[in-house]
Design a protein around this ligand. Structure first.
Ligand SMILES: [Fe+2]
Length: 396
């Protein structure tokens, strides 16, 4: 029997024409016990639609690990390494992740106190909030009224040494109910929209590329970004923009010499556009907070030079300039009409194509609002591939 699917329910803020292909609810299968045939179908659906929702899922940490691994059978370690954030507590991710002892690739994330949970006697969880990451913050008075922000737009990936996971699975176990909040951009555009409390916001990397004007498509298809060594340690002292889409350039990043030991050979240089292995689509996949440099290839011969940016190629090392260019390319895609804010219910399992979307934590909880999620992703067995020669010819 073919697997049945339904479109994801879109909020009024979303433009349905931009979500025709994005996201599906998968209706008649048990994600913890997929047959090989069912899995093959689910895998195809995921690459095609970028995010799949299974409602009322029952999933042990072992089943969640097995499901996640099925998308990349050679992958074994958690996306940031099994000791979570590498060899240091100074990583900005350190407080957010608690490992399930018997299945260390599965993390317990959320908010508030959780007791006797899957072998963890007691876990104190804290939903990350923009208030200690952004340069500016929503005033406490506005927060009281339910105003909030995106925390950090990202891809789940260590971006140093390990390859970006293909898939992330997020399973909602305890979901506090509360009034909707207003997610405000605070970037002078007036953009804001209503979000469910504690939503996870997704945008499509495919759309991010598709809506660019020709000169930025040409730049994207010819460019690679270089990430800092240990990017989450590097960025920890810095402050993010009010949209959560990258870092303000204030010179606060940790100097390379003060980072934990690192090797140039483990530094990640990745194409801006990642090729979807099933659909062939190009997804704009950059974790803007971690980028330090940009490499641009020259235009191919016969390409039109008029209006082209960096027609002879470039190596940009000015952090401010690199960030400005990336922001110009990425900001349009996080407009309210292009964001899917998932409205979590208990036992929702969301499986997303981590190489095809960007996502962000949103919102703020009070300490007594207990939220418990299991998250799993695995450092991939290979790096993503970029545009083909044909793609470059088409878009450069
Ligand atoms: Fe994430």
């Amino acid at each position: 029997m073919a697997i049945q699917t339904a479109p994801l329910p879109l909020p009024a803020s979303a433009d349905p024409s931009k979500f025709a292909e994005f996201g599906r609810e998968v209706l008649n299968v048990d994600p913890g016990n997929l047959s090989p045939e069912e899995f093959a179908e689910v895998e195809k659906l995921l690459y095609k639609h970028s995010a799949l929702l299974f409602r009322n899922a029952d999933l042990t940490p072992e089943q969640q690990y097995a499901l996640t691994k099925a998308f990349d059978p050679a992958a074994e370690t958690y996306g940031h390494g099994n000791n979570k954030t590498g060899n240091t507590k100074s990583s900005i991710l350190h407080p957010d992740l608690k490992t399930i002892p018997r299945q260390p690739q599965v993390q317990l994330i959320g908010n508030g106190m959780v007791y006797n949970h899957e072998g963890l006697e007691e876990a104190k969880l804290k939903h990350p909030s923009h208030t200690n990451f952004h340069k500016t913050r929503v005033s406490p008075e506005d927060e009281e009224k339910g105003v909030t922000r995106f925390y950090r737009w990202h891809i789940d990936a260590a971006l140093y040494d390990l390859s970006p996971p293909k898939v992330t699975t997020l399973y909602g176990i305890k979901v506090p109910v509360g009034p909707k909040q207003t997610c405000r951009y605070d970037d002078g555009t007036g953009d804001e929209f209503e979000v469910p409390l504690g939503t996870t916001a997704f945008v499509s990397g495919k759309t991010m590329f598709e809506i660019l004007p020709p000169e930025l498509k040409s730049l994207a298809v010819r460019s690679k970004v270089k990430y800092s060594p240990h990017p989450y340690v590097w960025m920890a002292p810095a402050h993010a923009k009010s949209t959560g889409l990258g870092i303000e350039t204030e010179g606060l990043e940790m100097p390379l010499g003060e980072l934990p030991p690192w090797e140039e050979s483990k530094v990640k240089v990745l194409p801006i556009l990642w090729k979807n292995p099933i659909t062939g689509d190009l997804h704009f996949q950059v974790h803007p907070c971690g980028v330090s440099e940009l490499f641009v290839d020259p235009l191919p011969t016969n390409a039109q030079r008029e209006g082209a940016l960096y027609p002879d190629g470039a190596h940009l090392t000015d952090l401010g300039q690199v960030r400005e260019l990336l922001y110009k390319m990425q900001r349009p895609a996080i407009a309210p009409k292009l964001v899917y804010p998932h409205d979590w219910h208990e036992k929702d399992l969301v499986v997303f194509y981590n190489r095809g979307v960007l996502h962000s934590v949103v919102g703020a909880f009070k300490p007594e609002q207990v939220r418990a999620f299991h998250q799993c992703n695995l450092a991939a067995s290979d790096d993503p591939t970029g545009p083909t020669a044909e793609d470059v010819k088409q878009w450069a």
